[in-house]
Design a protein around this ligand. Structure first.
Ligand code: BES
Ligand code: MN
Ligand code: ZN
Length: 493
């Protein structure tokens, strides 16, 4: 989508569709301006009660006499006694995006100057709008022999009559970059397991580094990892014909010697459960078990586009979890790169097995902080549903920074505890630890497992099992938590 920022008088703007907002306290400035040129048309429509005053309700006027636009969408923001809650603004944005998608218009002009969102500014409003439009117009049709007709809308102009155009222009740039990275993550997530395997992910990371002086991609194969003693990571891919990979993307946008933030993604390109085989129902969705990895590749795309002036390392631990005669057995004991031994009681708890060796490897970057992202536990879906990402950390300051970022980015997370009571559930009779801690607190014991490998640095873990994709008729990857992670990085500047 092409985005343009413009200032000028609302009633004079030529556009296929003009979008303005109002609330119940009286016509908003934009609505008044249109009302004046159209001889009180909006006043009569509102008097008749055609627009319910609830955030996101709207009325479409197919013709507006005397105004320069062809059509007008008037969106209600609420009663207007106080500033909008963020989630009500998102309802307004969703109503706008729905109309942009439904119509046959070629260009739209949107003015959100008249919406007041509590504690959020014009920059935030415009960025959310841009992100939502790019999200809404995303399509994944690579495998359709006949793609649906292309969208008619080609251009969106953000009209800011009174707020000055600088914040909106910056917001457009940032919003586009975040949406781009998020859509990259969605596409990687949506790709089937027979296409998107560990080597494919590695190639994506290499492609991104091509021609970019700030980014270097290095890929470790199974032989390299064997030398490093990553027997935990390697054990997961034992049953697969696909080679496991550890993908390292070193982005040097900051000063030499500045400690990097390390972002690590779980990249199980298909999770059958291994010998601890999963039930058949909806097993296809386990192609999404690399959505953590996809989000890291997405964020790397975003920061490359934004040319962020900081040092960031993106890591992806990629493997395919398959049953076969060479697969890991329940009860097998492996030695991780850290030297700690692990009794693999359930081969379906494989995410932590690939992550733990990658977390040990991360020590060599002397990181400022490490954040891992993983579709780690079904228990997290039970605890938080599909709306909120699970956050667990060994460092309160880091956890707070991520929660703040998640609120700003409207990419919600909620912290769960870790601690020694839970950690004890990982005790094993035969090795230093087991890879499962039983059903109670499954998300927490998974994080406790990871915490045993992260003592050298501030670390946080994002369990995106419930938020990385949707099932049913809207089945598809969400691209979360690209917005949260990008916001976290932006907040470090
Ligand atoms: N990838 C799954 C977690 C998952 C399941 C995410 C369903 C989203 C939806 C993970 O590898 C897994 O299988 N975890 C097990 C752990 C258990 C064996 C301790 C789980 O959650 O059942
Ligand atoms: Mn599993
Ligand atoms: Zn998994």
């Amino acid at each position: 989508m092409e985005f343009v920022v413009k200032s000028g008088a609302v009633a004079k703007q030529k556009a296929g569709l003009l979008v303005i907002t109002t609330d119940q306290s009286g016509l908003s400035p934009a609505a008044s301006a249109i009302d004046e040129v159209s001889n009180g048309m909006l006043t009569s429509i509102l008097k008749r009660g055609d627009l319910p005053y609830k955030a996101g309700k709207s009325v479409l006027l197919p013709v507006v006499p005397e105004a320069a636009c062809d059509q007008l969408l008037l969106v209600a923001t609420g009663e207007g006694k106080s500033a909008l809650k963020e989630k009500d603004y998102i309802k307004v944005v969703k109503a706008i995006v729905a109309q942009l998608k439904a119509g046959t218009i070629k260009d739209a002009m949107i003015c959100v100057d008249d919406v007041d969102v509590a504690e959020r500014d014009q920059f935030w409003k415009v960025r959310q709008l841009v992100e939502a439009i790019e999200y809404g117009f995303y399509r994944f049709e690579e495998f359709k022999s006949k793609p649906a007709p292309a969208a008619t809308l080609k251009k969106v102009t953000i009209l800011t009559d009174r707020k000055g155009s600088k914040p909106s222009k910056d917001a457009v740039e940032q919003g586009k970059a975040i949406a781009f990275g998020r859509n990259v993550a969605r596409t990687l997530g949506n790709l089937p397991g027979n296409v998107c395997h560990p080597t494919f992910l590695a190639d994506q990371a290499k492609d991104l580094a091509k021609g970019n002086a700030k980014l270097t991609t290095k890929v470790l194969g199974e032989a390299d990892m064997k030398k490093l003693g990553m027997h935990s990571l390697l054990s997961v891919g034992n049953g697969s014909a696909q080679e496991s990979k550890l993908i390292l993307m070193d982005y040097k946008g900051g000063k030499k010697g500045d400690k990097p933030v390390v972002l690590l993604g779980k990249g199980i390109t298909f999770d059958t459960g291994g010998i601890s085989l999963k039930p058949g129902a909806a097993m296809d969705e386990m192609k999404f078990d690399m959505c953590g990895a996809a989000s890291i590749l997405g964020v790397m795309n975003t920061i490359v586009q934004l040319e962020l002036p900081m040092n960031i390392v993106g890591m992806v631990a990629a493997a395919e979890n398959m049953p076969s005669s060479t697969a890991t057995r329940p009860g097998d004991i492996v030695t991780s790169m850290s030297g700690k031994t692990i009794e693999i009681l359930n081969t379906d708890a494989e995410g932590r097995l690939v992550l733990c060796d990658a977390l040990t490897y991360a020590e060599r970057y002397k990181p400022k902080a490490v954040v891992d992202v993983a579709t780690l536990t079904g228990a997290c879906v039970i605890a938080l549903g599909h709306h909120t990402t699970g956050l667990l950390s060994n460092n309160d300051e880091l956890a707070q920074q991520l929660l703040t970022a998640s609120n700003e980015a409207m990419d919600k997370a909620w912290q769960l505890p870790i601690g020694e009571e839970y950690d004890a559930q990982l005790d094993s009779n035969f090795a230093d630890m087991a890879n499962i801690g039983g059903r109670p607190g499954g998300t927490i014991t998974a994080a406790c497992f990871l915490a045993r490998f992260t003592e050298a640095y501030p670390w946080a873990h994002l369990d995106i099992a419930g938020t990385a994709w949707s099932s049913g008729k809207d089945k598809g990857a969400s691209g979360r938590p690209v917005p949260m992670l990008t916001q976290y990085l932006l907040n470090q500047l």
